[in-house]
Every structure is written in C-alpha cells, then in structure tokens.
Design a protein around this ligand. Sequence first.
Ligand code: GLU
Length: 549
Amino acid sequence: MSKELADLTLPNIDKDISYYEELYKPRDLKEGEVVVRFAPSPTGFIHLGSLYISCINKLFRETKGGVFYLRIEDTDKKREVENGISEIVNSLAQYGIVFDEGMVNEFDEVGNYGPYVQSKRKDIYQAYVKYLIAEGKAYPCFCTEDDLNSLREEQEKLKVRTGYYRSFAKCRNLTVDQMIEKIKNGEKYIIRLRSMGDYNKKIQYKDGIKGEIEFPENDQDIVILKSDGLPTYHFAHVVDDHLMRTTHVIRGDEWISSVPLHIQLFTMLGFKVPKYIHVAPIMKEEDGAKRKLSKRKDPEAAVSYYTQEGIPVISVKEYLYNLMNSNFEQWRRSNQDKDLSEFEFNINKMSPSGALFDHIKLLDVSKNAIARMTAQEVYDLGLQWAKIYDVELATLMEKYKDYTINLLDIERTGKKIRKDISKWSDLRDVLEYMYDEIFLAKEYEYVYQTINDKNEITNILNEYIKVYDVNDDKDIWFNKIKDISEKLGYAREVKDYKEHPEKFKGHVGDVSMVIRVAITTRQMTPDLYELLKALGKERINIRIEKYIK
Ligand code: GLU
C-alpha cells in the first residue's frame, strides 16, 4: 500500500537507495582517521564564525588524518548569490583552508562522494524520501499556508506547543487511500516525516565539546521535502553526511537543539549516527551584555573586513587559535620562531561557552605577528594591500623599493624589536613622512619637547648639517651630537644634567629631539641613526632647509 503511495508521490525516482549505498561505499579509513566537512550556504557573506569553524574542522582533520571536504548547502534558493561558491573557496584558501574533496568553484569538484552541492543531489534525496514513504515513515501533507496558520492559532489558544505533531498533524492521520486520492485529484503536497518520538521522553548524547546533553525526543512531523522538490536542511544533511561517510559533524552550536531530530532521522533511515561536536559562537560584549558577533551590527563579523583593514592573514589565524585553545598564547610566547602549524590543536580544550571577540587583543596579536616577519615580507604583504586600498602609498613603495625595505628593516632584529605596525593600514603613518613627495608637499606642525626657541633650533640644525656624515658609525654619529650639545651649552650626558640642571640649558636628548622632529616631524620614530642613514645627507639637508624656511 505504502509502496503504491511512494510510487505515486515520486514517480520519476527509479533508483533504489541500495544503488546509492553501493555507489558511495564506506571509506577506507585507517584506525582513528576522521571524515569532517564544512557545509556553508553560498550566501555571499563569509562570517568570521565560518572561518573559525572551518579552521577547527581542518585542524581536527590534520591531527587525526582522514578527509576534510566542502559541501555546499544551497537548498534554500532564496539565500543564494552569484559566484557564492567561488567566494567561499577563495576566501578560505586565503587563510590556508583547503579541502581534500568537494566543490572548487561554481561548477567543478574533486572527490568520489559527490555531487558536493546539494542542488545537484535532488534525485538522491528523493530516493531516500521515497524509501521512507514506502516504509510508512514519511507521508505527503496537503495542508495549505492557511491550514498551518489556523493550526498555530488553535494551539496558541489551547496554550500547547505549536507545530505539526501527533493529533495536530492532520495529514498524518489520513489513510493511505485518502492520500492517494488527494494526489490523484491534483492536490499539492510536501513530504513530512512520521515522527515516532515522544516529547515526554529524553534523548541523551555526548557532545565532543559540550559533554553530556539531554533533550526531549522530537515528535514534530517536520517537512523533509519541500514543494520545489528540494529537501530541507535537516533531511539533506543527514543523507549527505551518511553517503559522504562523515564521522564527525563539527558545526555551530545554533544546531544543538536540532540534534534529537537529527539522531532520529539517522536512526529512521538506518544510518550510523556520526559524532557531534558543537562549537560555541564568537561573542561580542556590548553595554555589559554578551551577544553573538553579528553580521548586521559588527563590521568585524565579515572576513572581508580583515582584508580591507589590512590585518594580515597570519594575525587573524593566530587570533582564532587564541580563541580556540587558551594554551595557544603561552605556546606562542615560548615558541616565537615556530610556524603556526607546529602548534598542537586539541578540540577537547575548546570552551563550551563562547569566546569573546576583543579587537584590542586582535591588534596586539597582529602587532606581534608582524614583528616576526622580515622586512621583505612586510613590504610584499603591505604593498599587496596598498595596491588596492592606498594607491598613493603603493606607488611610492614601488618607486622606492629598496629604500622602503631598508626603512622597514630598522629595529626588526636584535634586542629591541619595533612593534609599530598592527595592520597594513598603519603603513601610511609609518612610511609617509619618509617619502619626500609627501613630506615636502605637506605643511607640518613641528612640536618639540623642551627646546622651543626658533633661533636656538636653527642654530642646532645649522651645526648639525655641518658635521653629519652618512658613513659615521653609530658611536661617532652620537658623539657628534654630544659635541654640538656641549658647544651650545647642553649637557653631553643626561645624568650630568640631572645632577646639575642649573649648569645647562638642557641635555643631549633635547638636542637629539630637535634633530628628530625637524627631519621627521615626529617625536617618536624608529632608531634615528638608521633613519638618517636611510635618508642620506642630501635629503637631510633639504628637510632642514624646509624647516628653517
Ligand atoms: N548549512 C548549515 C549552516 O550553514 C550547515 C550546518 C552544518 O554544518 O551541519 O549552518
């Protein structure tokens, strides 16, 4: 009887589920190996949380061995955008997230368990739906929008749980003959699961991060096949995770309350239930309250934000590692020179509650990550960013390539490492005053610290022009500043000044500050000796003249 109903509901489906079970054989995995997946919808927006979850999946697969694949969940056609798949693939690839199997762009895929995009798997889902109908575990439902609305109103009036279940599930209680008749009469239908769950009973399972979880059983006759012939997320992912032989479902914890339904679906279909690992979302604190990092409210929720701001890939990755495993920070401190891949990620160390997004911390992590780069890397990555987001700067960086690399190399090794760059957009501030094209064109306000008399400043600078020699080593260079200091009535050593302030106009530090500010307009710069050397005598002269004028 149900077989007849199944044939009538899905007449074009001629393959039995045994065909697919045979086609997608269990994988040949070694002991302990895993099959995990990242399963986004191609909505054109890549949330930081998605990067986070895909990164966790990737690391899990790396530590265990096995397969990590990309499956595109596009059964909700309304949310889809053009090139959504390529965008996902490219954004993740930027962060080193590459897949063993799955979609590689809108059309192509690799692997033997495809298609890896749900809209191309219609026949597969329908075969399993047909199987469930034939088994009496699913049925066509003819309720209209209006029917469902009045059902909800009725339930609200009765103060009972809303939904399509048990005695409220009108079509569930039709006889097979009645269903057949309705279909033959051309009535429209969707397919619902015939749930055998009892809401008053509990189902337990052990989550890989959250631990023991208990929920009421699912008794809702959820929709498994929509009127467009596509399955709902719940049904599709169960069929896919089974046929793609997923061993661990690692996903956002917004799905945790659906686990009873998912386990029920796996069981009713006769599939082995995978292990579940639910990741808490990245949170944000606002006005003392915590909430999920929001696509609508927080620009930093978009992965593209980091690209635009020029926060390097490595910084974002290191920051996410911080959120994943709290021991990462300590590891990084003790292993400054190690590559990120050497860190041993442990999924069991993930917190069951959401990690807090902290912008200041991110920039701090980033500053340290950039401090570990060579000048050449800073130049290359910075230029790549500037070419799109600060074209004037990029042009100068390219025109003065060696000069720029020299500048970026100042204080990059040794005891005192510079940490003045936490994102590529900081490069403008770090570099612009060293390019004459910008420096000479701009009117600066020169703010000295102690010496403020214009004539005195001019004296110091005139003396300095006379003696500066680009070939001096650092000691000779500094001695010359000391000589000038002494000549003009300033202490050679700061400590002399501190002991007898009445004897001097100031000290060598004040004189150096005059030189620094006049030539750079900044009170704070990387090592002055190195900066001057990079500029060279001619440019120094021009700058001093600009000031004196
Ligand atoms: N398409 C679902 C999402 O984007 C996937 C959830 C899952 O990983 O099962 O949230």
